[in-house]
Write a protein that binds this ligand. Sequence first.
Ligand code: TXA
Ligand code: MG
Length: 327
Amino acid sequence: MEPQERHQDTKIRPADAATVAKAAELLRQGQLVAFPTETVYGLGADATNGAAVASIFAAKGRPQFNPLIVHVKDLETARSLGAFSSKALKLAAAFWPGPLTLVVNRHPQSAISHLVSAGLDTLALRVPDHPVARALLEASKLAIAAPSANRSGRVSSTRAEHVAQDLAGSVALILDGGPTAHGLESTVVDVTGDQVLMLRPGAVPLETLEAVVGEKIGRGAPVSSAPHSPGQLESHYAPVASLRLDVTAPGKGEALLAFGPDVPPASGPVINLSPRGDLIEAAANLFAALRALDQTGVSSIAVMPIPANGLGDAINDRLRRAAAPRP
Ligand code: TXA
Ligand code: MG
């Protein structure tokens, strides 16, 4: 059977204890599971499993790696992954569990895949308030990376059938918890600095947030997938070293970000994104590999050509951004 046929819309299951346990098992195996939250349905993967996270982007058909929200069971788990300022704690106390996403600085040692946050030093975290989402977080003991469960460019799914229409071919199981309560995504707020910034309006209104933090909340530039413009670059991961793309022969002492089995001779450090030329594996390794090469202190990183099909498109998009001259 073709993968496309394997999971037809028969993948929808009422979310009872047994199917939630099954879904947790599938997540632990690196598969994708769609689940209801109080906002919209999420397309979930184990946030520590880079290949599983990469398959989210493949399933959504996203041409870019937009950073994803990580769903956790409680504030304590959230604090084990990122740093909470006093304002962040105030907001979490007031709105969690609930439809508010907090962007915090990630702890450097956090096991969350770098692909989740598209290589940024921040993490978007949320404790959902839906019995099925909470049961899944409890049963799996995982942090679950989940964008809205729709194909790229379509509206978010507020019913299990919508998820099936968009993603039946690529998801292992769709937990049906009925229509979602808000039908609107969570509000995303940046609490990494002193000033709280709203990055995406959503189910919690701005005034409600302002009442809790006791000050005006500014508007931050959302991390957008649009082609970069000056001033937007800092919202994308950029290595210190300069990047040369589509290189078939690296220079002397230059680092090499390789792809596939045919690697040219190199005198500098080499990391292969996927020796077998697998784009999902390459996506999973991309940001961690860039970081690791950058940390060797080289001044230039040569990148081998990456095919443009499948996730290659998104990989090349991110590499082009990382290679762009900085203002
Ligand atoms: O209600 C929701 O938020 C749903 C449910 C499933 O939780 N999820 C959702 O995810 O809408 P998604 O991937 O469609 O939107 C995530 C938003 C995007 O606007 C993204 O740019 C922002 O969160 N985001 C994620 N990580 C970020 C980060 N590290 N810094 C800034 N923005 C981030
Ligand atoms: Mg979305």
